[in-house]
Write a protein that binds this ligand. Structure first.
Ligand SMILES: [Zn+2]
Length: 98
């Protein structure tokens, strides 16, 4: 039985190969990820914020989807100031910008 597979090319150079949605080129995950990226890009162009709709983190798929949303979301550039030690201004233990 033949079925179309997802056209998303992963960072490792291998295609996703999950079953593509009906009349779509991508699987459910990658079609949603692309739609969110387009929404974020449009919001960024308009200088608007983008509302995140994070799923409940009940499995690795949800964690991955949430991480992608946070990273793709339009946000102002973090303010990084030098710390007294002279290295990067991001706190190692808290992850907060100094
Ligand atoms: Zn896919």
């Amino acid at each position: 039985m033949s079925f179309p597979t997802c056209d998303h090319l992963k960072e490792n150079g291998v295609y996703c190969s999950s079953v593509a949605l009906h009349n779509q080129r991508y699987c459910y995950f990658h079609l949603n990820a692309r739609a969110r990226r387009v929404q974020a890009a449009r919001a960024r162009l308009r200088g608007q914020s983008c509302r995140l709709q994070l799923p409940i983190l009940d499995d690795m798929h949800a964690v991955r989807a949430s991480l992608m949303q946070v990273l793709d979301a339009p946000h102002p550039s973090p303010t990084v100031s030098p710390n007294p030690l002279g290295s990067a201004g991001v706190g190692a233990s808290t992850g907060k910008v100094a």
